[in-house]
Structures are given as structure tokens and as C-alpha cells.
Design a protein around this ligand. Structure first.
Ligand SMILES: [Zn+2]
Length: 281
């Protein structure tokens, strides 16, 4: 399912669709199962690191084989990608959309390259997420722990108008990873950008935000809500709990069942909080 079809409906009705970062077959199967259980559309996304470690072709075939029989709309997105060759590989292979992450570039160079990525994506019927401000925190080897530059709203509007990206990730005070202190959010930036350019916004660094913060940002126009760290935490915490409880049980499939159940439950909870449960068509 094209990303734009999923996001435009969500943006119009002001609900959020979770974009879960998957790392293998188990996490992919678990988030699809969760979306089917609560009847929600779903965005599956992959980091550049996962694309490189599994190989684009293997990852894409795995996605197709699990997503095609799913009873809810599912799309495949490439998360933060500063590397143009990886963008091209994923678009050629069949990804529905990509985030070209040019946030480390000067804005005019980012704009120039994003225009090229949008043209390339259009040739595949695919969509593009853009960003000009880096989201604080390193995720799968991409990004920085330094607070990046925040641009005036006019700069974001100019970027959106010049590039015609399909969705946009503004800096709103969130960060990748686990929060050590309560983040100071700037939700008004979402409202200000949407008032000028009404396209879906993307919320990064969602893990650890309160239910109220999620719902406020979604009401303002964040239609895509990225969840990566929470999946990793759930995966490894369920693993640790199983191994602690069963120190001499050498049966991987029973471990897989525990991991799958934990991740599916996490997916269902987020989809429900974001208001997309019951919105599948
Ligand atoms: Zn992100």
C-alpha cells in the first residue's frame, strides 16, 4: 500500500499510524499480527543498518511474503537514510517510501538533493519523507547526540514548497533512544507548519512520550509516529525474562513465542493509543 494513501487518511481524520522499525522476520510478523488484531493500517520501516545486514532483496521478499496476505493495509518505508545509493537500491527493490535524511547538509544542498530523491521516487510511484533538522540521538549508527540547529518556520515552509515531499519530520524536542530526562516538546511548531503547508508531519523519538503528548501531537498533524527503541526494549526484555525463568530450557521456538507475544502486545498498545485501531480498510 503506498505510504501516501495511509498517511493522507490519517492526517485528514487526525489519527496517527505507527511506523515500527523491524529488525528481522519475528519483529515484522509480530507488528503485522498486532495491526491485524486491532484492525489498523501499518507502516513497517527499516533502518539503513538493517537493509545492509540482511540485504535489500532478502528483506523485501520477507516483507512481501508476510505483508501481502495481511488483512490490513501495510507499507514499507526506509527510515533515516543519508546515503543516496541505499535510497536508489530500496526504491529499485520495491520500498514504498524513503526518508532522505539530509539534515547534516546545509539546507540549500539538502533541498537540491531532496528534489532529486522526490523525482526518483515518483518514477517508482513511491513517496518521500523529508527533514532539515536532525533528531537528537544516534539510531542504528545514524545521527548525533548533539542538539542540532533549529530553523525558522519560514525555512521549513520553503523546503516543503521547493521539494514537494509527501511528509515532513520537524524538530519538536523529541530524541531517539531512551529519555534520561523528560523531553521539553515544542508542539506548536507542528501546528505552525501544518497551517502553512497542510501535509502529514512525522513524529520521531516517540519511545517514552506520554499518552497525552502523543495525542496532542497527533491532533496537530503528526500522522506518522515512529517507534523503534520501544520494540528493541520489548524484544530484549522479553528475552531476558524468558532466559531468567527457564535457565536450562534449550528450545528456541518457545523463546520466539515469548518475544513475538511481547512485541505484538506493544504494537497493539501503540496503535490503540494513536487512534488508528479500527481504521483499516
Ligand atoms: Zn528518527
Amino acid at each position: 500500500m503506498p505510504l501516501k494513501e495511509i498517511l493522507d487518511r490519517a492526517f485528514a481524520d487526525r489519527y496517527g499510524v505507527a511506523a515500527f522499525n523491524v529488525v528481522n522476520d519475528l519483529t515484522l510478523d509480530a507488528v503485522i499480527a498486532g495491526a491485524e488484531e486491532v484492525r489498523s493500517p501499518l507502516i513497517v520501516q527499516t533502518s539503513v543498518k538493517t537493509v545492509k545486514s540482511m540485504g535489500a532483496e532478502v528483506l523485501y521478499r520477507l516483507f512481501r511474503s508476510l505483508a501481502e496476505p495481511a488483512s490490513v493495509p501495510v507499507t514499507l518505508h526506509l527510515d533515516h537514510c543519508p546515503e543516496r545509493e541505499v535510497i536508489t537500491t530500496c526504491l529499485d527493490t520495491g520500498w514504498n517510501s524513503v526518508l532522505f535524511d539530509g539534515s547534516a547538509l546545509p539546507v540549500d544542498e539538502n533541498t537540491r538533493q531532496t528534489i532529486e530523491v522526490v523525482a526518483e521516487a515518483r518514477r517508482h510511484g513511491a513517496h518521500v519523507e523529508g527533514e532539515i533538522e536532525g533528531v537528537r540521538g544516534v539510531e542504528d549508527g545514524i545521527g548525533s547526540d548533539e542538539e542540532g540547529e533549529i530553523y525558522p518556520i519560514d525555512e521549513a515552509v520553503a523546503f516543503l514548497e521547493a521539494t514537494a515531499v509527501d511528509c515532513f519530520a520537524p524538530a519538536i524536542g523529541t530524541a531517539h533512544g531512551v529519555y534520561s530526562t523528560e523531553p521539553v516538546l515544542t508542539p506548536q511548531r507542528v501546528s505552525d507548519i501544518v497551517a502553512r503547508v497542510p501535509i502529514p508531519m512525522v513524529l520521531h523519538g516517540g519511545t517514552g512520550l506520554s499518552e497525552a503528548a502523543f495525542q496532542d501531537l497527533i491532533a496537530r498533524g503528526c500522522a506518522k509516529v515512529n517507534i523503534s527503541t520501544a520494540i528493541k526494549v520489548s524484544y530484549l526484555d522479553s528475552t531476558r525474562a524468558f532466559l531468567d525463568a527457564n535457565p536450562t530450557k534449550y528450545d528456541p521456538p518457545s523463546l520466539f513465542r515469548e518475544q513475538h507475544a511481547a512485541i505484538q502486545d506493544l504494537a497493539e498498545r501503540h496503535l490503540t493509543i494513536f487512534g488508528s485501531a479500527g481504521k483499516a480498510w
